[in-house]
Write a protein that binds this ligand. Structure first.
Ligand code: CUA
Length: 403
């Protein structure tokens, strides 16, 4: 009984509106899936009550009432009651049908954007990597600089924070470059696997602008548990503004800014601050979308010499073999795209808040944050990369400047 009572505790059912709760659907797909879940629960509950009641009735009514009945003569073998048997079979079939019809309906519904909404659908492609997510926007064309410094076109992709238009169906193609991952945004839709050599997809729609937590839901190696992502849904205008800002090549240092070192918001991530601890703030918990917007605008520290040194180190320390920074001549595709990494609210696949301290910590010892990750194993170790504190500082300043 204690173990049973512990199930809701362990499964987090008591936080029905928690960041990754499926009981708080924020879109039609998640809502349909929740309705089906409840229907199944109610049918099961009805069966449980009926069977339990009959069992209890039989146990009480036919219990032994004395020594004589404790050791009765075995009853003569009797044949079953056909009426009872047929009606039990009928009832079982009926309850399965009651569950099956809406199940098939919901499978069709969640499989793809309904025909009548197809024209309005936005399409992106999510690709799983050990251990982060890449998001491609096939319908957008971004800008970069060619060898002669002229504007040229480039495909647009980003990482770990999927920004989508709210109130519009979004079809998400699911791919993986290595092992099986599973793509899951609990408040928007159920999970669908990313399979090697097989194209999967799902669709979601966010009712209104919001900030949603996502998580890889299939064991995919040692850092599976920290393979997270975020989905940010924006109204049409704001979505367009975001796209336009993202299309631009990497920002070159402009004016000197202030506003350094102030904790902008607490991100529910790897490190959670205790109430009253230095750095604790409720801003994020109360309004994650507003915090994300703040991150878009917050001015980074702007030490032009340091940023420049970081940009060069990015090349000499071989970061550029794996990462793309459009406009700075870096075109690696093994790791996350970083052209506008400074505008994201998180780094390290949704694990760490994007601020100077966490950037330092991440590039100082990525293996301590995400064991086994490629940057550490195939970058730092393979290329024997050592970063002095000054190098790290320059790189942090450079990354932070990429708004
Ligand atoms: Cu990717 Cu678990």
């Amino acid at each position: 009984m204690a173990a049973l009572a512990g199930i809701p505790l362990l499964s987090g059912c008591f936080w029905l509106d928690g960041p990754q709760s499926t009981f708080d659907p924020n879109g039609p797909v998640a809502r349909h899936q929740q309705d089906l879940f409840y229907l199944t629960c109610w049918v099961s509950l009805a069966i449980f009550v009926i069977v339990g009641a009959v069992l209890a009735y039989a146990m009480i009514k036919f219990r032994a009432k004395g020594d004589a009945e404790d050791f009765p003569e075995p009853a003569e073998h009797a044949h079953g009651n056909p009426m009872v048997e047929i009606s039990l079979i009928g009832a079982s079939v009926l309850s399965l049908v009651i569950i099956a019809i809406p199940t098939f309906k919901e499978i069709w519904y969640s499989y793809d954007v309904p025909v009548e909404n197809k024209a309005d659908a936005y399409e992106v492609t999510a690709t799983g990597y050990q251990w982060w997510f890449k998001f491609d926007y096939p319908s957008e064309t971004a800008q970069t600089l060619d060898g002669a410094g002229r504007i040229a076109n480039a495909p647009f992709s980003t990482a770990n924070e999927l920004v989508i238009p709210a109130g519009r169906p979004v079809k998400i193609n699911l791919r993986t470059v290595d092992v099986i991952h599973s793509f899951w945004i609990p408040k928007l839709a159920g999970k669908v696997d990313m399979m090697p050599n097989r194209g999967n997809h799902l669709w979601v729609e966010a009712d209104k602008p919001g900030y949603f937590w996502g998580q890889c839901a299939e064991f995919c190696g040692e850092s599976h548990a920290v393979m997270r992502f975020r989905v940010i849904a924006l109204g049409p205008r704001e979505f367009n503004d975001w796209l336009n800002a993202q299309m631009a090549p990497a920002r070159k240092l402009a004016a000197a800014g202030a506003d350094v070192g102030k904790p902008k918001a607490q991100f529910a991530a790897y490190r959670t601050f205790a109430r009253n601890e230095a750095g604790y703030s409720e801003t994020f918990d109360n309004a994650p979308l507003d915090s994300w917007r703040m991150q878009q605008k917050a001015a980074p520290s702007e030490d032009a010499a340091l940023v420049d040194r970081g940009r060069q180190l990015f090349n000499t320390k071989t970061c550029s073999t794996c990462h793309t920074v459009r406009g700075d001549g870096y075109i690696g595709v093994v790791g996350p795209e970083l052209t506008h990494v400074g505008a994201r609210s998180t780094i390290a696949a949704g694990l760490l808040e994007n601020n100077r301290d966490e950037l330092h910590r991440w590039i100082h010892a990525p293996n301590e944050v995400k064991p086994g990750n490629t940057m550490w194993v195939k970058g730092y170790i393979a290329n024997n990369i050592k970063l002095t504190p000054e190098d790290e500082d320059a790189l942090v300043n450079y990354l932070e400047s990429l708004k």
